[in-house]
Design a protein around this ligand. Structure first.
Ligand code: HEC
Length: 131
């Protein structure tokens, strides 16, 4: 009898241990821990490196800021975000962003194939290949 009564305790300890080992994926990307579901950490990491410099509220790139401000994007309503994501998808599909002129001076600013695919998957709101 004594042994049996330890079973529930073992189960609880086991469960706690299990939960402790399944950390959310987000922790792989330390840049912005306070992520909203609309801006997953992997997306934010790419945007920070390749887009944010021109597209933020403080940007000196007036045209870029006017067209897209990621700070405002994050704070905006879901419906607005959906519309913006459509524009982002378009710009990426056309290969317009980052701008070619900028890439001539700063080739390392170009999105890698993997980054492009990841961003598109997010902006389209679908899995790759579903279209
Ligand atoms: C070097 C600065 C720069 C970088 C880096 C940059 N952009 Fe832009 N972006 C601009 C400018 C300038 C415009 C306005 C272009 C125009 O109106 O002709 C723009 C416009 C846009 C637009 C609006 C398109 C439209 O016509 O509505 C989107 C969406 C966009 N950028 C997304 C991105 C994304 C996504 C990234 C990162 C992969 C990115 N941009 C990186 C400067 C930049």
């Amino acid at each position: 009898m004594k042994k049996l009564s330890l079973l529930p305790v073992a189960a609880v300890v086991g469960l706690l241990f299990f939960q402790g080992t399944t950390k959310p994926e987000v922790e792989n990307y330390p840049i912005h821990p306070e992520l909203t579901p609309d801006m997953p950490a992997n997306i934010k990491a790419i945007v920070d490196q390749k887009c944010y410099g021109c597209h933020n509220a403080e940007s000196k790139n007036e045209k870029g800021k006017e067209k897209l401000d990621w700070d405002a994007f994050e704070a905006s309503k879901k419906s607005k975000q959906m519309a913006t994501k459509g524009k982002i998808t378009e710009a990426l599909e056309e290969g317009d962003m980052p701008p070619k002129k900028f890439l001539e001076m700063k080739p390392e600013g170009k999105l890698t194939e993997a980054e492009l695919a990841t961003l598109l998957e997010w902006s389209r709101g679908k899995k790759k290949g579903e279209n």
